[in-house]
Design a protein around this ligand. Structure first.
Ligand code: NAD
Length: 554
């Protein structure tokens, strides 16, 4: 058994650069916060103004400038430049202002940044591995400046958020996601490796764009694609032993296939499928604290039948089975509606991932009729079609249930199935509501409800940290169930009283530490850990977390 997880390399005072080289290294740069002693020791005098600022003052200045910028894209560019210039300051402002900054660094603004990637491109970040690197991928990966990587987030750019095929422009996604691993869970930035696999793009506009950053050809598919992925996975594990590989924003069919192929071979997960499932299951556990119901008694009806929906179904089934239901009975508690109507056994040509939820039941053509027929306790919207939880849908749910569970998870806001206000208003304030996009608090009849986002960033950073800290060999459903329980436990009675079924995002580092602990505990219990179990798992996990406050170099 190995003793410890991969740690970020240590810098000793003797190995530190001097002068401009120090100021230009984002991992070391403290700008005007270098102390008098440091300025003497590292030859910085004259290279910066004489006055001193604290990191707190610098963070305030960043915020002041950030808030003055007229558009989200400019805010994105501003933060990316800070990331390139001063890593600790970037992560400090990001972790101290998650509500304000996460929507810029990640969805929804990152989507726009990906669309314009070649036009706003300033400095490289992460690694681009293209189909032309076949046969030499390990060699390419060895160009990465760090010898260790704890986690790779990899995309092939084919389904970037709800924006479709953005090819190599998809790089914004792994970069943004890994920034959240660090800001939300303290995964050390040196352990984070963003990767974009460029196999071409079907996006003709991009191929014709002179500033497009990727290769100008149609996507490689079939065996050549699979062989390329296989070579990448093998090379990544050879060059960075023990690395966690998180798949992100692959198109539907590849996402399911690749997860099935690799989940029991390597340490991997797909956040669109499993991370979403973890956060949704946590929301259900919190909702059950309000209703007093049992998971095994719930009936879930999904509007949408893609990665998010079937990912949630799979995890709910696994959690129900662990509570004593048979797999068949658990599946009968999860129902899908797709573009054609209710997914039932008699339908032909159903995609493979829907088959476990194609029940023996008469066909029902639309969502409202499905609610009336099935009488679900929860409806979960993940079809990316706005406004589908109509007044009639919500009133029907409120007639069937004392406290209907209503999750409108589709992004961005224009795709939300209903607004928070609609959910509360049309259920007489009885809905237990979560959303995919942020909504402001709503006051109805003098009572204020505070809806919170079922945001994946509650779960994936902690899962990654837990997997790294324990040296997990695989990431299992049990780990996601356990993460969901841990997240639900972080919801306070005060949160629940105001209708919030997730904790405040401002507590994210603390929440992630608990999730990482839950994940690591499963790894130890199931003998999936390659690191030795410490006496105090939470203490160990917390001690691994990157601290964005400046270090003293002198
Ligand atoms: P996907 O493309 O895999 O699945 C979309 C599904 O919706 C497909 O099954 C499709 O058939 C179905 N659909 C499309 N139009 C429909 C219609 N008119 N009626 C019924 N069904 C229809 O996408 P996904 O990854 O599952 O994501 C779906 C949505 O969920 C997106 O908006 C995404 O942003 C959101 N999402 C939110 C969270 C979160 O809030 N935590 C996490 C993941 C995904």
């Amino acid at each position: 058994m190995k003793k410890q997880k991969p740690r970020a390399p240590k810098t000793t005072a003797r190995s530190l650069p001097r002068g401009l080289a120090m100021l230009q290294d984002p991992r070391l740069n403290k700008g005007m916060a270098f102390t008098e002693r440091e300025r003497d020791k590292f030859g910085l005098r004259g290279l910066m103004p004489p006055s001193l600022l604290t990191q707190k003052q610098q963070a305030e200045r960043v915020l002041e400038n950030f808030r003055r910028l007229p558009s989200d894209l400019e805010k994105f560019i501003n933060l990316a430049a800070l990331h390139d210039r001063n890593e600790a300051l970037f992560f400090r402002v990001l972790s101290e202002h998650p509500d304000e900054m996460t929507p810029i660094v990640y969805t929804p603004t990152v989507g726009l940044a990906c669309q314009k990637f070649g036009h706003i491109y300033q400095r490289p970040r992460g690694m681009f591995v293209s189909i032309r690197d076949r046969g030499r991928i390990a060699k390419v990966l060895r160009n990465w400046p760090h010898r260790k990587a704890g986690i790779i987030v990899v995309t092939d750019g084919e389904r970037i958020l709800g924006l479709g095929d953005l090819g190599a422009n998809g790089m914004g996604i792994p970069v943004g996601k890994l920034a959240l691993y660090t800001a939300c869970a303290g995964v050390h930035p040196d352990l984070c490796l963003p990767v974009t696999l460029d196999v071409g793009t079907e996006n003709e506009m991009l191929r014709a764009d002179p500033y497009y950053v990727g290769i100008r050809q149609k996507r490689v598919r079939g065996k050549a694609y699979d062989d390329f992925i296989e070579e990448f996975i093998t090379a990544a594990r050879r060059v960075f032993p023990g690395v966690v590989i998180q798949f992100e924003d692959f198109a539907n069919t590849n996402a399911f296939r690749l997860l099935r192929r690799y989940r029991n071979r390597i340490c991997t997960f797909n956040d669109d499928i499993q991370g979403t499932a973890g956060v949704a299951l946590a929301g259900i556990y919190s909702a059950l604290r309000i209703t007093g119901g049992k998971l095994a008694d719930q009936k879930l009806l999904f509007f949408g039948a893609g990665e998010a929906a079937t990912g949630i179904c799979d995890l709910v089934v696994s959690a129900m089975v662990s509570q004593g239901l048979t797999e068949a009975d658990a599946r009968r508690r999860c129902w899908l509606v797709d573009t054609q109507g209710l997914v039932v056994k008699s339908r032909t040509k159903l995609a493979e991932h829907k088959l476990p939820y194609a029940h023996d039941h008469p066909f029902v053509p639309d969502f409202l009729s499905a609610i009336q027929t099935l009488k679900p306790t929860a409806i979960i919207g993940v079809a990316a079609v706005g406004g589908t939880f109509t007044r009639k849908v919500l009133e029907t749910m409120a007639r069937i249930n004392e406290r209907p569970i209503v999750f409108a998870l589709s992004n961005p806001t224009s795709k939300a199935e209903c607004t928070a206000e609609e959910a509360y208003r049309w259920t007489g304030g009885r809905a237990i509501f979560a959303c995919g996009s942020p909504f402001d608090p709503v006051t109805i009849d003098g009572k204020t409800y505070v809806p919170r986002q079922g945001n994946n960033s509650y779960v994936f950073p902690g899962v990654g940290l837990g997997a790294i800290a324990s040296g997990a060999r695989h990431i299992t459903d049990e780990m996601f169930s356990s993460a969901a329980h841990a997240l639900a436990r972080q919801v306070t009675e005060a949160d629940l009283a105001q209708g919030s079924i997730y904790p405040a995002l401002t507590r994210i580092r603390e929440v992630s530490a608990h999730i990482a602990t839950a994940v690591a505990e499963v790894a130890y219990k199931r003998k999936l850990a390659s690191a030795r179990k410490p006496l105090d798992v939470l203490g160990h996990v917390t001690s691994q977390m990157y601290d964005p406050h400046y270090r003293d170099f002198a």
